[in-house]
Design a protein around this ligand. Structure first.
Ligand code: 5GP
Length: 187
C-alpha cells in the first residue's frame, strides 16, 4: 500500500493563530485540500456553513458517529467536532496535500491511524500574550474564554508530543516556518 506523506495536522490552543495561518496557506496554495469539520457548536460571526464548518444538531452528530461517518471526532470545549471520513480519504487517495485543523486529541487519533502524517503545534510566544490575544479576538463569551484558557493550559503541555512546534510570535515568520515543514524534501 502506498502511504501518503502529505497529511498535515495543525493544532493549537484557542486563539493561537492556527486558523489565520491555515487560511493564508489556502489562499497561497489553492490546490491544498482543507478538511471542513462538522461541529455542534453555535456559529460565530464570520462562520459560513460548509466553508468554516458544517453545523449539526447533537442528534445529527450522534447519528453520524453511529454510522461511522467520521474519520475522527472529539468533544472539545463542551461541543462535538468531527472530520468527515469520505472527503479526507479521497484527498489521501488522490495524494493531495491535506490540512486538518484539529484539537490535540484529534491530532493524536489521526497520528495513531496514520503514523506518516505530520503533526504541527502552533504555540503562542507566551501565556500572557496568548490570553491577551484570545480576549482581544472578541468572538467568545466570558465563560467560553475561561473554558478555552483552562483547556489551552493542558494543551500547551502536549506540544512536545507533536512532530513540530512553531512559535507564532510574528505571523509572517510562523507561516514561513509552516511552509518550510510542508515543503521540506523527504530524506
Ligand atoms: P473552534 O470552535 O474555535 O472553531 O474550534 C475549537 C477546537 O476544535 C480547535 O482546537 C479546533 O482545532 C478543533 N477542531 C475543529 N474541527 C475539529 C475536528 O474535526 N476534530 C477535532 N478533534 N477537533 C477539531
Amino acid at each position: 500500500m502506498k502511504v501518503n506523506p502529505n497529511l498535515y495536522i495543525i493544532s493549537s490552543v484557542a486563539g493561537g493563530g492556527k486558523s489565520t495561518i491555515i487560511s493564508e496557506l489556502l489562499t497561497e496554495f489553492p490546490d491544498f485540500y482543507f478538511s471542513i469539520s462538522c461541529t455542534t457548536r453555535e456559529p460565530r460571526p464570520g462562520d459560513v456553513e460548509g466553508k468554516t464548518y458544517y453545523f449539526l444538531s447533537i442528534e445529527e452528530f450522534q447519528k453520524r458517529i453511529t454510522n461511522g461517518e467520521f474519520y475522527e471526532w472529539a468533544e472539545v470545549h463542551g461541543n462535538y467536532y468531527g472530520t468527515p471520513k469520505a472527503p479526507i480519504l479521497d484527498a489521501i487517495r488522490d495524494h493531495r496535500v491535506a490540512l486538518l485543523d484539529l484539537d490535540v486529541q484529534g491530532a493524536k487519533s489521526v497520528k495513531a491511524l496514520r503514523p506518516e502524517s505530520v503533526t504541527i503545534f502552533i504555540e503562542p510566544p507566551s501565556r500572557e500574550i496568548w490570553i491577551e490575544r484570545l480576549i482581544r479576538r472578541g468572538t467568545d463569551s466570558k465563560t467560553s474564554i475561561e473554558r478555552r484558557i483552562e483547556n489551552g493550559i493542558r494543551e500547551l503541555d502536549e506540544a512536545p508530543s507533536f512532530d513540530y512546534v512553531v512559535v507564532n510570535d510574528r505571523l509572517e515568520d510562523a507561516i514561513r516556518d509552516v511552509k518550510t515543514i510542508l515543503f521540506q524534501k523527504e530524506s
